[in-house]
Design a protein around this ligand. Sequence first.
Ligand code: ADP
Ligand code: MG
Length: 277
Amino acid sequence: MIEFRSVTKTYPDGTVAVADFDLVIPPHRTTVLVGSSGSGKTTLLRMINRMVEPTSGTIEIDGEPVSGRDPVRLRRSIGYVLQNGGLLPHHRVVDNVATVLRLEGTAKAVARERALEVLDVVGLDRALAERYPSQLSGGQQQRVGVARALAADPNILLMDEPFGAVDPIVRAELQTETLRLQQELNKTVVFVTHDIDEAFLLGDQVVILSQGATVAQMGSPSEIIEHPADDFVASFIGVDRGARALRAKNTDQGTVLVDANGRTQGVLVDGAAGEAR
Ligand code: ADP
Ligand code: MG
């Protein structure tokens, strides 16, 4: 469990990125922090592994304040995936994946074998191990970034807009892969995105943030879609738009559900119109 208690971060220039933030992040679940650019998501994530220090308040992992942990050891014990993979360009894929293991003193051959295993886990062909990052597609590079974060088998995985730079088809593939990985590995995942659809797809718990990391609403995707807390949330999640604004339409064959653009999205099973559940 990760817990933020009254956490504030004011940068030296006076910007209040995070104001009095409280949140409990349950273990073995995916918590998605979603908000527009500048709402403080990256700052929140980086305070968990002490890449950024809070101005006030505490962050605890399993009841222990991170402020008492050695920052370097702490960082190595937590997986971190960045938007552009953050791979070292002059190191081969296998060495990128093995980085943390090597830093922790794992023997080269052992680290290498483990790195190859993790490539399997993220669905990458071992044949890619000897390539350099620039010789991979964007989607493959992101998978290497995930493999590197997982190599030391951390309990916590932080992901900062990891699929922001890839095209929509690859993005959908990586999202599906993330869901599969989470089922298999059962990590505590904190995932940051500005994309509400991605948040609802991946999150067990979704936290909608406005500027200063103010929590506009948190809950499961169903809770938020069924009961948006206010107009800001309703507008942010687009209850009045696209596939989230379904209405029933009666046809000769039964009732179908039509989205805001007039496209049929599916059929209403097992019930007359008005009995949707
Ligand atoms: P997000 O990830 O949601 O886009 P960030 O946490 O990166 O938000 O930034 C939150 C706010 O803090 C923004 O206004 C941003 O400009 C500001 N900020 C981020 N990093 C710094 C920094 N190193 N110095 C000053 N201001 C910063
Ligand atoms: Mg950010």
